[in-house]
Design a protein around this ligand. Structure first.
Ligand code: KIV
Length: 273
C-alpha cells in the first residue's frame, strides 16, 4: 500500500492527479500509476448531468468516493467537500468532513476558496488531523459570483487575491493548493512563493503537478473541447460507434453469433417437442 502523502514540497517530478467517480475509472487511474485521485464535485457536470457543481450533495460525493476507494485502494485519494457543506460554520464542516473520511476512506479533502470562513475550516480540519487541499483561481462552486466560468487572475485585483488566497491557505495548514484557470505566469509566481505544492488545471506548466477531469482527458463527450484540457483519447466517439455497430448487428440478426451462444444435445431438445 503506497497511500502516504506524496512528496508535496516542490517535488522533482510533477505530480499527476486525475479525477475519478466510479470503480472502473479508479481502477484505470491506479493501474496507470497516477499519484493522486480526486473525487471532484465535477461529478455533478460529467456524471450526474447537472449544469454546475452546486447541486452535488454530501451523499452523492460519499456514494461515488466509496466506489473510487474500492477501485483504487492503494492510491492517495482526495475528495471534494460539496458546495454548502463547509459554509455554515466550523462545527458543521468538521462533522461533514469526518463523515466523508470515515465513510469513504479519503486520505484528504479539498475545498474551494480562501475567505476567512473557509480558512477557519482549513485550520480546524488540519489541526484535527484531516489533510486539506485548497483551491483558488476559478472556483466552479461559486462561479456565478466570479462572473461565470472564466479565467481568473488577469487584472491587478484578481491576481493579488489569487496569490494572497494561496498563501493564506498554506498558512492555515493546506498541504497543497489547486490553481484553476489562471495565467501561467501567475501560477509560476504562486508556485515559487508557496512551500507546499501547487496543482494546476489551466494554469500552465510551472505548477508542481497537474490535474485533469477524467472525462475531459479521455474525450468522453464528443465535441466538448475545453481549452484547459488536452484530450488524450476520443472514447466518446469510440463508444458511440461501438453502440451503433451493436444496434445495426442486432437489427440485422448478425449478433449474437455462434461464439456468443450456448449449445445443447439434440436428444435433450427433441424431448421438448
Ligand atoms: O471538481 C473537480 O474536478 C475539480 C478539479 C477540476 C480540480 O475541482
Amino acid at each position: 500500500m503506497k497511500r502516504s502523502l506524496p512528496e508535496l514540497s516542490h517535488p522533482q517530478q510533477p505530480l499527476v492527479m486525475v479525477t475519478a467517480y466510479d470503480f472502473p475509472g479508479a481502477r484505470q487511474a491506479q493501474a496507470a500509476g497516477v499519484d493522486l485521485i480526486l473525487v471532484g464535485d465535477s461529478l455533478g457536470n460529467v456524471v450526474l448531468g447537472y449544469d454546475s457543481t452546486a447541486p452535488v450533495t454530501l451523499g452523492d460525493i460519499i456514494h461515488h468516493a466509496r466506489a473510487v476507494r474500492r477501485g483504487a485502494p492503494d492510491t492517495f485519494l482526495v475528495v471534494d467537500l460539496p458546495f454548502g457543506t463547509y459554509h455554515t460554520g466550523v462545527t458543521d464542516a468538521m462533522r461533514h468532513a469526518v463523515r466523508v473520511v470515515q465513510e469513504t476512506g479519503a486520505d484528504a479533502l479539498k475545498m474551494e476558496g480562501a475567505t476567512p470562513e473557509v480558512l477557519d475550516v482549513v485550520r480546524v480540519l488540519t489541526r484535527n488531523g484531516i489533510p486539506v487541499m485548497g483551491h483558488v483561481g476559478l472556483m466552479p462552486q461559486t462561479a456565478t459570483a466570479q462572473g461565470g466560468l472564466r479565467v481568473q487572475g488577469k487584472d491587478d485585483e484578481s491576481a493579488r487575491r489569487t496569490l494572497e488566497g494561496a498563501l493564506a491557505l498554506q498558512e492555515a495548514g493546506a498541504f497543497a493548493v489547486v490553481l484553476e484557470a489562471i495565467p501561467a505566469r501567475l501560477a509560476r509566481l504562486i508556485t515559487e512563493r508557496l512551500d507546499v505544492a501547487t496543482i494546476g488545471i489551466g494554469a500552465g506548466v510551472h505548477c508542481d503537478g497537474q490535474v485533469l477531469v477524467y472525462h475531459d482527458l479521455l474525450g468522453l463527450y464528443e465535441g466538448d473541447e475545453k481549452k484547459i484540457a488536452k484530450r488524450y483519447a476520443e472514447l466518446g466517439r469510440q463508444a458511440r460507434e461501438a453502440l451503433q455497430t451493436y444496434a445495426a448487428e442486432v437489427r440485422a440478426r448478425e449478433f449474437p453469433t455462434k461464439d456468443q451462444s450456448f449449445v445443447m444435445k439434440d436428444e435433450v431438445l427433441d424431448k421438448l417437442y
